[in-house]
Design a protein around this ligand. Sequence first.
Ligand code: ADP
Ligand code: MG
Length: 147
Amino acid sequence: MTASSARFLDQDLATEALGSELAKLTPQGGTWLLRGELGAGKTTWARGFLEGLGGRADDVASPTYAVLHRYESPRGKLFHLDLYRLGEQGAWTLGLEEEVTAGDFLVVEWAGHQGPWPTEWVATLSLEPSGEGRLATWTLPDAPGPA
Ligand SMILES: Nc1ncnc2c1ncn2[C@@H]1O[C@H](COP(=O)(O)OP(=O)(O)O)[C@@H](O)[C@H]1O
Ligand SMILES: [Mg+2]
């Protein structure tokens, strides 16, 4: 069993607010896979997510060219990946498994069918254009995260 929800986001601040809200529901070491086309709002959501962890949202830039960013927050590290350019090579060619340790948060743009992800708790969020805003749908796993 998983729990799915949907919300219309009328502007970028609403996308950030959702990221912040969902960060507070994410257990230590949780992973979020973000789906949506270029410009859908994935990076905007990630900015809110870092803010929800108590970090500095201003630090979050689009990782499209950098592939990987790492941020500090009071709840631990957040790794923010954008796999748009990596394609089938996958995240693990980055040596990510040596960097990410249990308890780190992971937010992945363009995750595709890659994995496995380092935690059992993996949630998905999709963002689609809807009028001037976006429609967000997300699914939380019911597996409890590590304490
Ligand atoms: N709910 C929303 N309604 C309207 N515009 C939004 C919304 N959420 C984000 N945006 C805007 O969409 C643009 C692309 O956002 P971005 O987060 O960079 O997308 P992605 O990372 O998916 O490519 C930005 O200008 C952002 O402000
Ligand atoms: Mg982006």
